[in-house]
Design a protein around this ligand. Structure first.
Ligand code: HSE
Length: 308
């Protein structure tokens, strides 16, 4: 195997109540990556996009993951990684973890699939940790497994793939900057027990609602008493977006990862598109530049398109 082409999905982390543990994969947008084996050792990175991300392999998530994999596999070849990013960096839909996951999946094929999905999450986490300054796998896990995932633990890595009914996500990305490290630095260090009880009850019932295909329970469970109250001021018009989306038929939603994107879930594509219109009607008046996406929750994680 000399060259592998991979597509790797955007992901939504937290899913309102599941801070750092729940996430799901989207069909759109996605990044494209080409991972090529080279005879001379070393890692070279190129970007075919307009985002001016670093190509220094020690600073770029893809480089960090590739280096970890070459070392763990104990091989002496090098790699070239070409990244075509469609997931905007800093959008809150897993742009950095997509680079990490795509590299892990592409490199794994070059290495004859020697690493399991669980090991790929662990390897991709090395890149994600560089990007956000903390070790959390709620974007990386759905990027590798697809669908909805629950991160039971990152040390050791333990991932649960969740059953779920058909679901559609509508995403709005306001073009304002929210740095993950900053959005984490404002979080409370401690939580009252009463609040924690309500939060973990919601996580449990969201997982149960997904497994049973109970859209009502999914809807009721998307409530966050811990993270959203402190991050709300960073996300322009979150409450208006949610009210307008629910009025258009959405099951509910909230901040995607650490923001600034917001996501709303719906049972069908038709509703998800009505939700998109409702989002436009809120944001058109704000003067803030934004982008929207409508996407099925994708059952696939990053996948090899072709390998030669
Ligand atoms: N769970 C993370 C957070 C996702 O909300 O900070 C962003 O990386």
């Amino acid at each position: 195997m000399q060259e592998v082409r991979v597509i790797t999905p955007a992901t939504v982390a937290n899913v309102v109540c599941g801070f750092d543990c729940l996430g799901f994969a989207l069909s759109d947008p996605f990044d494209e990556m080409l991972v090529r084996r080279t005879a001379e050792p070393g890692i070279r990175i190129t970007h075919n996009d307009e985002f001016n991300l670093t190509t220094d392999p020690r600073q770029n998530m893809a480089g960090v993951v590739a280096a970890a994999m070459l070392e763990r596999a104990d091989v002496d070849f090098g790699v070239e990684i070409e990244i075509t990013k469609h997931i905007m960096p800093g959008s809150g839909i897993g742009s950095s973890s997509a680079s990490a996951v795509g590299t892990a999946v592409g490199m794994n094929r070059l290495l004859d699939d020697r690493f399991s999905q669980l090991e790929l999450v662990d390897l991709a986490l090395e890149g994600e940790t560089l990007a956000s300054g903390s070790r959390h796998a709620d974007n990386v896990a759905p990027g590798v497994y697809g669908g909805f995932t629950l991160v039971r633990s990152v040390d050791p890595v333990d991932i649960v793939g969740l059953e779920h009914p058909p679901l559609w996500a509508t995403i709005i990305h306001p073009q304002v900057e929210v740095k993950t490290a900053e959005a984490r630095s404002i979080l409370p260090a401690q939580v009252p027990l009463k609040t924690a009880i309500r939060q973990w009850s919601n996580v449990g019932s969201l997982v149960a609602g997904l497994a049973a295909g109970d859209y009502g329970l999914i809807s009721r469970s998307m409530e966050d008493l811990i993270v959203e109250p402190v991050r709300r001021p960073l996300i322009p018009h979150l409450d208006e977006i949610r009210s307008a989306s629910v009025a258009a038929g959405s099951l509910g939603g909230g901040i995607s990862g650490s923001g600034p994107s917001m996501f709303m879930l719906s049972e069908t594509e038709v509703t998800a598109r009505s939700v998109e219109k409702a989002m436009h009607s809120v944001y058109r008046q704000t003067g803030i530049k934004y982008k929207t996406y409508v996407s099925a929750v994708c059952r696939d994680g990053a996948r090899v398109l072709d390998a030669a």
